[in-house]
Design a protein around this ligand. Structure first.
Ligand code: HEM
Length: 192
């Protein structure tokens, strides 16, 4: 399916791009920070792309794109894992006491950790078997993605000190995607 190939390309492009940059300019002056940021940014971008599937489907009537949602979510989780591993291993050198201190004392890290923890059960239950087993509860569980994306956007905003342009863009896109889910018509009907 064409849409799936596009998502595979979109999901793998950042890694390929980072590989090319690593081979050519060594990923700049601070490669660890660059890789950490790249993985974090892509985790968020892919999460937001995944959240845009349902509104897009409603607007366009293109129902088959639902098939790419899981892949987008799993790629988002993949980059979140990479981001976390780079932080734990390359940035902090697996110095657990510093890491615990960081998570407890720096709110933006606490929020990032919250976002990550919420993504774990979503990734685990993304298989066909779990979807079948959980039935209606699966949908309820997967609503956690709204909270995970909100914490991810907050983590991004909190992290930057001066240039808030991209975190604000991410927050606005997220707000739009969440507002698109409010059942406005039903709300109007119950009011009137
Ligand atoms: C335990 C989980 C996490 C930890 C420990 C963590 C840690 C970090 C750290 C240390 C930075 C760089 C801070 C700096 O350079 O000053 C960062 C940046 C970032 N993180 Fe996370 N993070 C976590 C989870 C997440 C998740 C789940 C997402 C996405 C959904 C995410 C998205 C981002 C973004 C977008 C940036 C900024 C990248 C940029 O400046 O371009 N992080 N994170």
């Amino acid at each position: 399916m064409m849409a799936k190939s596009v998502v595979w390309l979109l999901g793998l492009a950042p890694i390929l791009w980072a590989g090319i940059r690593f081979a050519t300019d060594g990923l700049g002056a601070n490669p660890i920070e660059e890789a950490l940021h790249l993985a974090g940014r892509w985790a968020l971008v892919l999460l937001l792309t995944g959240l845009s599937v349902t509104p897009l489907r409603r607007i366009s009537g293109w129902n088959r794109i639902i098939k790419v949602r899981r892949l987008l979510g799993l790629f988002a989780f993949f980059y979140a894992c990479l981001h976390l591993l780079i932080y734990l291993g390359l940035d902090q050198g697996f110095a657990w006491s510093f890491i615990v201190e960081d998570v407890v004392e720096r709110p933006f890290i606490t929020v990032g950790a919250g976002a990550f923890l919420l993504l774990v059960p979503l990734a685990v239950t993304s298989t066909k078997g779990w979807i079948r087993r959980l039935g209606r509860r699966w949908q309820r569980l997967h609503r956690l993605v709204y909270l995970a994306a909100t914490l991810g956007a907050l983590h991004f905003y909190w992290k930057v000190k001066a240039d808030t342009f991209w975190p604000l863009v991410a927050a606005m896109v997220l707000a739009g995607l969440l507002l698109a889910r409010v059942p406005w018509r039903r709300l109007r009907r119950t009011k009137g």
